[in-house]
Design a protein. Structure first.
Length: 636
């Protein structure tokens, strides 16, 4: 687990970028605190920051070249089946100088080319330079667990794990209007776009071949739509048995490490499944959970402790106050290098910070919600497609719901908020409903918020981008819910959930592994009918049923609150001066020229009123954007 960066020059002008290689490498220091080095040849420069996981000796330091010196690699990630691949390569006569997966990956590419990607089990972003061809091969894992950004012009090709590294090369920074709209709607920016024009995220499951000034992109993996073409013929019981077998193998693969390893444990079903399986192979597995000691309603650590006791893990509970979480807020804002307003990044950051004191690798239950119907929006979509008296009644009573207080900050008001979203969403097509429920701000509200110079910029491009993001949503039947899950795997998972975990863990030098995102597991889950995932009041049905006799009974049939961040309180108190006198100050907003100052005033007035409703989510998105803008685009 590391940070990578590099430049391939197309001409003498492009070679000037080499002088920025060291600063671009240094910008990734938190991703790789254990080692740093660069590789320089006539037309290429590669930089690497290392977090040592496999073969922690100096033999694992990167960049690594083959024995001829023709090929050189920089690699971020883990290849879990590298020992099997190593054996196959040794049979071909390869002699290895280390015990790293990096060297195996290098020789796998040398012998099998792009086909080697299909052989890899793991997560990765890497670049291999071919000195003889003067070319680069750049690839990203199937689900986008590891990030890879790139930029190209007539003089050079640049790549890096993070934006903060790319911009060290001195590129022009111009905001992409489509990305700005998407950010204001979703609170994150979907790939392949970034906040800047001409900088892109390599899509999951894709690779680039860069040669002779040309950049060619190819796809080597897409989640197969087996639910359409080859749905499983297994009985529900047989489905459970197969899922259990796949998950056992997935967890076992992810236990390979030459450093201390543990697991996140929230007390929910997904993380509990991972802990249950890992504890079969690791005696007294270290597990970790966090919760509030000053807000028992949102504290779920007793469920985690029940699971830990059940599986005899070495469990550590971190009890925090809201002040503890607030104190890391500016650490998080300083680390993110593209606007990203998922506030749950804060508890992920602090959990990673605490866990790193104990282990270097942590297993996580991420990924199950998106493909198995774990979110409220999935349940709402299911109930709408199922129909019935209850759904009709909720839709009919929309005027009543809208007359009641709506907020995420209380049980009753949050339920009203959900009923309003459900009733309003019922009037939309599945595609438009998905987009509405995925967002925090309505499309018209986004347009109102923009300064006139942005309102009319690239509107058609935004519409085309939205259509591309939602292209898999076609079937409005109950079985068509699989398209809903598929879209989440393309949009929410790689652009929100995995970005959050990668950034916050890497900011603390911690590697996080996700067993539910083994591609064998994902391929199987997308062969299942909707009824195996969400049915009869049960979300993630097959996971719950498969492990029902394994997990403690207490974690079933309980309300799930999550680790709430008190944004409204912070914005109205601790951050009020920052909002009113700095980031959203009228004069600053006018001079900045991105937002309509009158719309910003309306949002501020609502925030500080007696009935703020849900405005704090939108204000938080603006605070994050403005903080980022001042750091990366403001006057120095």
């Amino acid at each position: 687990m590391c940070g990578i960066t590099g430049v391939l020059a197309f001409n003498e002008i492009g070679r000037f970028s080499m002088i920025n290689l060291q600063s671009a490498t240094d910008a990734l220091s938190k991703r790789g605190p254990d080692w740093s080095d660069t590789y320089l040849s006539f037309m290429v420069g590669l930089g690497h920051r290392r977090l040592s996981i496999i073969d922690t000796s100096d033999a694992g330091n990167q960049p690594i070249s083959d024995h001829t010196g023709r090929y050189t690699i920089v690699f971020n990630g883990e290849i879990y089946n590298f020992k099997n691949l190593r054996t196959q390569l040794e049979e071909k006569g390869v002699q290895f100088r280390s015990h790293t997966d990096t060297e195996v990956l290098l020789y796998a590419y040398i012998h099998w080319g792009a086909y080697s990607l299909e052989l890899l089990h793991g997560f990765f972003a890497f670049a291999i330079y071919d000195k003889e061809e003067n070319s680069l091969f750049v690839a990203r894992d199937r689900f986008g667990i590891k990030p890879l950004l790139y930029y190209t012009d007539e003089d050079r090709f640049l790549f890096a794990s993070e934006m903060k590294s790319i911009i060290q090369y001195g590129i022009a920074k111009e905001i992409n209007p489509t990305s700005l709209r998407n950010y204001l709607h979703l609170n994150y920016i979907p790939a392949p776009d970034t906040i800047f024009k001409n900088i892109y995220k390599l899509l999951p499951g894709h690779y680039l071949k860069v040669k002779d000034g040309k950049v060619e992109q190819e796809c080597f993996y897409e989640i197969p739509k087996h639910y359409e073409e080859h749905p499983t013929q297994l009985s529900y019981q047989a489905q459970q048995e197969h899922l259990l077998d796949l998950m056992q193998k997935s967890v076992q693969k992810r236990l390979v490490a030459d450093v201390p390893l543990g697991a996140f444990l929230s007390g929910g079903v997904d993380s509990s499944v991972v802990v249950a399986l890992a504890s079969q192979d690791v005696e007294q597995l270290e597990t970790f959970s966090i919760g509030y000691h000053d807000n028992p309603f949102f504290d779920e650590t007793h469920y985690a402790e029940t699971v830990a006791k059940h599986f005899n893990t070495k469990h550590t509970t971190f009890k925090l106050s809201q002040k503890d979480v607030y104190e890391v807020l500016f650490n998080v804002l300083d680390y993110i290098d593209e606007p990203f307003a998922d506030s749950s990044a804060l508890p992920v950051y602090i959990l990673s910070q605490y866990v790193k004191k104990h282990v270097t690798v942590a297993l996580s239950g991420d990924g199950a919600d998106e493909m198995l119907g774990g979110y409220n929006k999935h349940w709402g979509e299911y109930k709408l497609r199922q129909g019935g008296v209850a759904a009709s009644l909720v839709k009919m009573l929309l005027p009543l719901w809208k007359s009641l207080p709506q907020s995420r900050n209380g049980g009753f008001s949050n339920k009203v908020r959900q009923l309003v979203r459900f009733a309003e969403g019922s009037k939309l097509s599945p595609k438009e409903r998905y987009w509405a429920w995925a967002g925090f701000t309505k499309e018209q509200e986004v347009e109102n918020l923009l300064h006139p110079k942005y309102k009319n910029q690239e509107v058609e491009e935004y519409k085309n981008t939205k259509e591309s993001l939602l292209k898999h949503l076609k079937d409005s039947s109950l079985e068509g819910m699989n398209e809903f899950f598929y879209t989440d795997m393309q949009l929410v998972l790689p652009n929100d959930m995995l970005v959050k975990v990668d950034w916050m863990s890497m900011a603390n030098g911690l590697e996080v592994r996700v067993p539910f995102l083994d591609h064998d597991v994902v391929n199987f889950i997308f062969s299942l009918p909707v009824s195996s995932k969400i049915d009869k009041g049960i979300r993630k049905r097959i996971v719950q049923d498969t492990f029902r006799d394994v997990l403690p009974k207490e974690i079933y049939n309980r309300p799930k609150h999550g680790f709430e961040v008190p944004l409204l309180n912070w914005l109205q108190t601790d951050l009020r001066s920052l909002i009113e006198n700095d980031l959203l100050q009228d004069r600053f907003v006018e001079e900045q020229g991105i937002f309509d100052v009158n719309e910003i005033k309306k949002l501020k007035n609502q925030l500080f009123s007696q009935n703020p409703m849900d405005v704090h989510a939108r204000i938080w998105g603006l605070v994050v954007f403005q903080y980022w803008w001042k750091k990366y685009l403001g006057k120095k």
